[in-house]
Design a protein around this ligand. Structure first.
Ligand SMILES: Cc1ncc(COP(=O)(O)O)c(C=O)c1O
Length: 401
C-alpha cells in the first residue's frame, strides 16, 4: 500500500490567493460587469524593458543557427550572467562575493523552498510572523512542524531581533526577508548585524530573502545581508529578477552560497553548503534557459539598469500616492517607500476589511491574516498596477473609508 507523505495534511489546504480568487469570483458573479481593481497578488503589470527584450530576441536568433545554438547549459548558470551579478550586485557595492558563489535558478521561490533539503530533519526553524508562506510550508512538508514565529509588529518596527528568541530551544535556521513581504518594512544595518552576530555565535544560519532589494531607495538600508560583517560565515541570500525586472513570467533568480559556509554533522564535523547546494541543483534542476539568462544579463547593461530603475520608480510612485492617500484618511501605513507593498493597520478583522473593500469599492487587497497570526488587523496593498488604476482606486478608497 502506498503511504502518503502525511506532512502535506499539516499545511493549510487552500493557498491564500486561491481563497481571494474565490471571493472575487463570487463578487463578480453577484455583480456582473463590476470594474474590479486588483491590488492583491504581488504580480508585476509593466512589460519587460526594451534592453531585455532586445537581448532575448538576439538569444532566440542564436538558437536558430548551428554555430551559436545552446543546448543544456552549465547547471549553476552561464558565466556571462554570474560574472555580471558578482560585479554589479556585490563587488561594485564593496561586497565580497565571487561569481562561483552564485547559482542561477528559475526564481527565488524554488530556491527558498528547496534550500531546506540541505538541513537535517530535526533542525529548528524560525520565521517572521507575518511571513511569505513558502518558508513555512516547505518545512512543514519536510516534517519540520515546530516552527518559532517571531512577531513583527508596530512595536518592533516589523523587524524582530535575536532578543525576541526564547532562551531555550533557539532555532538553527532563521528566515529573514527585507524589504519584507508582506509588511513592506526594511531592516537597518544594525538590525541585520545583530542577527549575523547571533547566528555566528551559535553556528546557526540566516536565509536572507532579498527579492525586493531593487526597491530600496533610502540611503544606508542594506541591499544584501553580506553588507554585515561576518555574514559570509552564516548566511545564504536569495535574489529574484521577478520584481526587479518584471521576470515573474520569464523566471530567473539566483542564490548566493559563500565558500566556507557550513552546516555540521551530529559529531560536529563541518560540511560545506556550497558544494551541497550545487549537487542538489545539478541533480534536480537543469538550469534557467539560455534565452532567459541573456535577458537577465541585459538588466546589467547601462540601458537595462536605467530602464529597470525607471519601472521600479514608477511602482514606487504608485506606492507613494496610495500611502499618502491612506495616511490622509487616518490610517497608519508601513512600507511603500523602499518596497512595493503597503501594510495598512485597519484596526479590525482583516478578512472583514478585505470583504468591505471588495464589496463597496471593487478593490482587491490581501488580508494580513493570510500571512500569519500577527498579520491580523492589517491588509497588504500592492503597488503593481497602472497609474490610472491606482488613481481610480484612491478615489474609491476616499469614497468608502
Ligand atoms: C518574499 C518573496 N520571496 C520570493 C518570491 C518569489 O520570487 P520568484 O518569482 O523569483 O520565484 C516572492 C514572490 O512574490 C516573494 O514575495
Amino acid at each position: 500500500m502506498l503511504h502518503v507523505n502525511e506532512n502535506y495534511a499539516k499545511i493549510k489546504p487552500t493557498y491564500l490567493f486561491a481563497e481571494i480568487a474565490h471571493r472575487v469570483s463570487a463578487h463578480l458573479e453577484a455583480n456582473p460587469g463590476a470594474k474590479v481593481i486588483r491590488l492583491g497578488i504581488g504580480d508585476v503589470t509593466e512589460p519587460l524593458c526594451p534592453a531585455v527584450i532586445e537581448a532575448m530576441h538576439k538569444a532566440v536568433d542564436d538558437e536558430a543557427g548551428r554555430s551559436n545554438f545552446h543546448g543544456y547549459g552549465p547547471e549553476q548558470g552561464y558565466a556571462f550572467l554570474r560574472e555580471k551579478i558578482a560585479k554589479f550586485d556585490f563587488q561594485d557595492r564593496g561586497i565580497d562575493i565571487a561569481a562561483d558563489e552564485i547559482l542561477v535558478s528559475d526564481g527565488a521561490k524554488c530556491d527558498c523552498g528547496n534550500i531546506q533539503e540541505l538541513f537535517g530533519p530535526d533542525v529548528k526553524i524560525a520565521v517572521g510572523d507575518p511571513v511569505y508562506p513558502v518558508y513555512v510550508d516547505t518545512n512543514v512538508m519536510a516534517g519540520r512542524g515546530d516552527i518559532t514565529l517571531l512577531s513583527c509588529t508596530a512595536e518592533n518596527g516589523f523587524v524582530p531581533s535575536p532578543s525576541d528568541l526564547p532562551d531555550e530551544g533557539q532555532p538553527d535556521v532563521v528566515y529573514l526577508c527585507y524589504p519584507n513581504n508582506p509588511t513592506g518594512a526594511v531592516a537597518t544595518k544594525p538590525q541585520l548585524q545583530a542577527w549575523v552576530d547571533w547566528a555566528n555565535s551559535r553556528k546557526a544560519l540566516i536565509l536572507f530573502d532579498a527579492a525586493y532589494e531593487a526597491f530600496i531607495r533610502t540611503p544606508g538600508i542594506p541591499h544584501s545581508i553580506y553588507e554585515c560583517d561576518g555574514a559570509r560565515t552564516c548566511a545564504i541570500e536569495f535574489r529574484s529578477y521577478s520584481k526587479t525586472a518584471g521576470f515573474t513570467g520569464v523566471r530567473c533568480g539566483y542564490t548566493v552560497v559563500p565558500k566556507g559556509l557550513c552546516a555540521y554533522t551530529a559529531d560536529g564535523t563541518p560540511v560545506e553548503l556550497r558544494p551541497m547546494w550545487t549537487r542538489r541543483q545539478t541533480t534536480k534542476f537543469n538550469g534557467a534557459s539560455y534565452i532567459t539568462q541573456r535577458g537577465a544579463e541585459a538588466i546589467y547593461s547601462p540601458e537595462g539598469q536605467a530602464q529597470t530603475k525607471a519601472t521600479i520608480d514608477f511602482y514606487l510612485g504608485n506606492a507613494k500616492l496610495m500611502r499618502e492617500a491612506l495616511q490622509g484618511l487616518g490610517y497608519t501605513v508601513t512600507g511603500g517607500a523602499d518596497s512595493p507593498y503597503l501594510w495598512v493597520d485597519v484596526k479590525g478583522d482583516s478578512w472583514a476589511f478585505f470583504d468591505r473593500l471588495l464589496k463597496e469599492a471593487n478593490i482587491v487587497t490581501t488580508p494580513g491574516a493570510g500571512f500569519g497570526r500577527a498579520g491580523e488587523g492589517f491588509i497588504r496593498i500592492s503597488a503593481f498596477n497602472s497609474r490610472e488604476n491606482v488613481i481610480e482606486a484612491i478615489e474609491r478608497l476616499k469614497g468608502v473609508l
